[in-house]
Design a protein around this ligand. Structure first.
Ligand SMILES: Nc1ncnc2c1ncn2[C@@H]1O[C@H](COP(=O)(O)OP(=O)(O)OP(=O)(O)O)[C@@H](O)[C@H]1O
Ligand SMILES: [Mg+2]
Length: 362
């Protein structure tokens, strides 16, 4: 039996990218135009575990295939300095080292790694960027910067990055910026005007895949077993994932593991064991993280939702919580932004994280 292909780990590239056909089309189109195309500014948002980091990786792969240079960063403190250091390295790699000496504000240790750059350093950063982009432009390519977890970004640092990138774009230089973050962060950033020009970015909200797509993928993967999984059990496993990417990997992983130690074809009971193990792990990893930042009122709202078996009417939630409708509207918006719930049509909300309903009932 071949090695377990599933990757239930944050950011790991899955064996099959399910339900993301066409998502990068605008970005790839932009790579051909190289400057000023809308797809070159893209923001991925979505609930925890939905596959944001994976899409950044896909964008990076597409960029490398097109010959572009890639800088991949996470928005923890000092990312601007780290991007600057990487730009410097790329310039040297392109064989233009000596001209770096002309660039001010970088000093011996490179950039300071606090948060925002001091004015002199910012000027140096911009000069570095221009130098690198001109070198890449001459080669008919460009630079993609990906920045993950922008919900954690220092606002001033992000504003500096945005200002410089906007400057590059105005100069017609080949730069692309791809962000990923929780919906809350992105809405806030755009509303606060931290980086006004980011409002023009392509905002791509990632959602769960369809159960049918998961079933098709599982059928293919588990069809390679010596004793292929019967279609009804494949369907059951696919349904257990709810199309949620992290669960797709977890259920697949545990099924594979059970199959490795089972001599004959898998029974319904064995599939059930794998699904239960996947759910437990999902609960530990995703739900705990998602709930960590929820307030008491948020939790009360979620518990009121868990009374329903499907989408909840906001009017019913108001009654259950005894709250006026404007307060309900606030919590609804907060929880949607936190990626915990999502709108399910007019006046309806539903859980956005699989297993959360069950957890709120416990
Ligand atoms: N389209 C997809 N098809 C199948 N599996 C996927 C897909 N996208 C992501 N995954 C899997 O889902 C899991 C979570 O992916 P990823 O870490 O990219 O999510 P995320 O949205 O960045 O999560 P977080 O909010 O915690 O950072 C990984 O195990 C990954 O392999
Ligand atoms: Mg991520």
């Amino acid at each position: 039996m071949t090695l377990n292909p599933f990757r239930p780990t944050a950011g790991a590239e899955p064996p099959q990218l399910i339900g993301r056909a066409g998502v990068l089309d605008e970005f790839e189109y932009g790579l051909r135009i190289r400057s000023g195309a809308p797809g070159l500014l893209t923001i991925f948002t979505g609930a925890r575990g939905v596959g944001k980091t994976v899409m950044l990786g896909e964008a990076e792969d597409a960029a490398r295939r097109a010959g572009w240079a890639v800088i991949s960063e996470t928005a923890t403190r000092g990312f601007l300095g780290r991007i600057g250091a990487e730009m410097k390295r790329l310039i040297e790699e392109l064989g233009a080292g000596p001209s770096i000496r002309r660039i001010t504000g970088i000093g011996f240790g490179g950039f300071s790694v606090q948060t925002e750059l001091a004015p002199e350093q910012q000027a140096g950063w911009r000069q570095l960027g221009e130098e690198l982009l001109r070198l890449l432009d001459e080669r008919g390519t460009g630079l993609v910067i990906t920045l993950d977890e922008i919900h954690g970004a220092d606002r001033d640092e992000l504003a500096q990055l945005a200002a410089s990138v906007q400057h590059f774009i105005r100069a017609g230089l080949p730069i692309a910026l791809v962000f990923a973050g929780l919906p809350a962060a992105v809405s806030d950033l755009l509303d606060e005007g931290v980086a006004t020009f980011l409002r023009r970015a392509d905002r791509i909200d990632l959602h769960a895949a369809t159960v049918d797509d998961v079933a098709a993928s599982y059928l293919e993967t588990f069809g390679t077993f010596e004793h292929p999984l019967p279609p009804t059990l494949v369907r059951e496993a696919a349904e257990a994932t709810g199309g949620f990417p992290f669960l797709i990997q977890l259920v697949g992983y545990h099924l594979w593991q059970v199959a490795e130690t089972t001599p004959g074809p898998l029974s319904a009971a064995e599939v059930g064991v794998a699904i239960a193990a996947a759910r437990r792990r999902n609960s530990r990893v995703v739900i705990d993280a998602a709930l960590a930042s929820a307030s008491q009122k948020d939790l009360a709202f979620l518990r009121a939702m868990a009374v329903d078996d499907g989408p909840s009417k906001t009017a019913d939630l108001g009654k259950r919580l005894g709250d006026p409708s404007n307060a309900i509207g606030n919590y609804r918006a907060r929880l949607i932004d936190a990626g915990l719930i999502e709108s399910a049509g007019r006046g309806l909300v539903d859980f956005a994280v699989p297993g959360l309903r069950e957890r709120m009932r416990a």
